[in-house]
Ligand binder design. Structure first.
Ligand code: 4AD
Ligand code: MG
Length: 465
């Protein structure tokens, strides 16, 4: 049977015409029945729902159906008929069967339902065949599409920032090195240091932690741009919210101040969540039922309520006044930890919060300095269950102030000369932010571990698949 003959299960269930001959291909979820009839639940990943295929055993032999076991891949043809059973509109009355790929019943790992998430991570090559990961992967796709649609509709341009970079200007975290040098026989300079001139790029190269600096160059020419790509952080953070390889969406806009930046971030997040509610209803209902029965209410709540906006200094006052035992101490100047962020969002304001004007010491060199000399025009968006979902800022566009900060932080000027030049030639006020794609997916799917919203997670000591 050829692919051109088949109809996807989603279409059959939704708009298949009763009384017509149809064909489907997919993987067997379950088979039950008796010697007169067999019922097979078939799924092809186009939807969370299976189509029921009914085999009348007067037309098929036991032998023919032997290969139809949980996990096997089959092709069927038959008549689409009204389904007498509840739960589905139509089913296929099979008259043709082809087993494309058998799945041995004793060794196929996804026999029964209800595997732990930890076990499924160990079989990440097969977990897309579970209802849960099917749902997560379809939602992941829908969110990626919605991101491009949102920006395209607003006239933003998609900029491809490089993945390999020569500068560690962001300072966002430890970086992975990219080299072709022979590690067992490193070239040395006269003073014994590694001679990076000999390396592929003639200098040290790393995997990028952020596409922001390049996005800024785009914004200062095309006004409104965004990047959407993989980013890499080599910190040893073994938490349910950190990956060593994650995807980030980074819009960057000329002429936006921090207020415009916050407005965009809030509108963007609400758009994406609304998009998921409208286009991923089946998958969200499944996740709501199976994992978190407040999920859909939480999504609706976020789109219906304005985010709370307040300066970091006010947030510290609230945290100091809270009657809480903190694992990490709270004081002005402290970087907020997830426990503090979640207290503000879940206990105090009970809705998403945007914190602004952080102490300059805990933020990156490029953030616009406030007149108080102590704070910068940063903004972090904090979400229920997640903590920080977005980090961003208005950027320092004044050449002298930026240069001073670069000197204070001992950032080598030779690494950022090109960035500095944009402040020398036609500088403009501008702002941007970064949304962690997997953090967004944690929120939208209700999954609790970031390893379960990316197909193949990369974390410390884990690079399988
Ligand atoms: O706050 P971050 O480090 O900001 C930047 O990288 C800026 N250059 C963004 C910008 O202004 N263009 O990271 C931005 C977001 C965080 O809010 C978080 O959602 C996500 O990226 N993130 C991670 N997600 C998964 N694993 C990690 N290790 C992450 N680190 C940051
Ligand atoms: Mg941050």
């Amino acid at each position: 049977m050829r692919n051109s003959e088949r109809t996807k299960v989603k279409l059959l269930l939704h708009s298949g015409v009763v009384g017509t001959e149809v064909a489907a291909m997919g993987w067997v979820r379950t088979k039950r029945g008796n010697k007169n009839v067999a019922f097979v639940a078939l799924n092809d990943g186009s939807t969370i729902h299976n189509i029921q295929v009914v085999f009348d055993m007067t037309r098929f032999t036991e032998e023919q159906l032997k290969g139809v076991t949980t996990g096997a891949c089959i092709a069927v043809k038959g008549l689409l008929v009204d389904s007498p059973g509840s739960g589905q509109r139509v089913e296929i009355q099979a008259n043709y069967l082809e087993v494309l790929g058998e799945a041995d019943a004793t060794t196929y790992p996804l026999q029964k339902k209800g595997h732990s998430m930890e076990f499924l991570r160990e079989i990440a090559h097969l977990r897309p065949r579970t209802n849960t990961f099917g749902a997560v992967l379809r939602i992941r796709h829908a969110m990626a599409y919605a991101i491009h649609k949102y920006f395209n509709d607003k006239g933003f341009f998609y900029i491809h920032s490089p993945i390999i970079t020569g500068s560690d200007a962001e300072g966002a975290g430890a970086m992975f090195r990219v080299t072709t040098l022979d590690l067992d026989n490193l070239p040395r300079t006269e003073d014994g240091k590694i001679d990076w001139n000999e390396d592929f790029f003639g200098k040290e190269a790393k995997l990028t932690v952020s596409g922001q600096l390049e996005a800024e160059l785009g914004a200062l020419a095309l006004s409104e741009v965004y990047t959407f790509g993989p980013t890499f952080r080599a910190e040893n953070s073994n938490t349910p919210r950190h990956l060593a390889e994650f995807w980030m969406i980074e819009p960057e806009m000329a002429f936006y101040d921090i207020q415009d930046n916050m407005d965009l971030a809030e509108d963007f997040l609400k758009y994406l969540i609304r998009y998921a509610l409208e286009h991923c209803a089946d998958d969200l209902e499944f996740l709501n039922k199976m994992y978190d029965n407040e999920l859909i209410d939480r999504l609706k709540f976020v789109i219906e309520n304005p985010f709370e906006r307040l300066p970091y200094t006010k947030a510290i006052e609230i945290l100091e006044a809270a009657n809480q035992k903190w694992e990490f101490p709270v004081f002005w100047g402290a970087d907020l930890q997830s426990e503090h962020e979640r207290y503000l969002v879940e206990k105090h304001f009970k809705k998403p919060v945007i914190l602004t004007d952080y102490p300059k010491e805990i933020k990156a060199f490029y953030m616009k300095q406030n007149d108080d000399g102590k704070t910068v025009r940063a903004m972090d968006v904090l979400f229920p269950k997640i903590g920080e979902i977005i980090g961003g800022s208005q950027r320092e566009e004044v050449y002298d102030k930026l240069l001073n900060r670069i000197h204070e932080l001992h950032i080598p000027e030779k690494d950022v000369w090109w960035y500095l030049e944009t402040r020398k030639f036609g500088s403009a006020p501008h702002s941007g932010f970064g949304l962690g794609f997997e953090r967004l997916l944690l929120f939208v799917t209700g999954m609790t571990n970031i390893r379960d919203v990316i197909p193949f997670p990369r974390t410390p000591k884990n690079c399988e698949f």
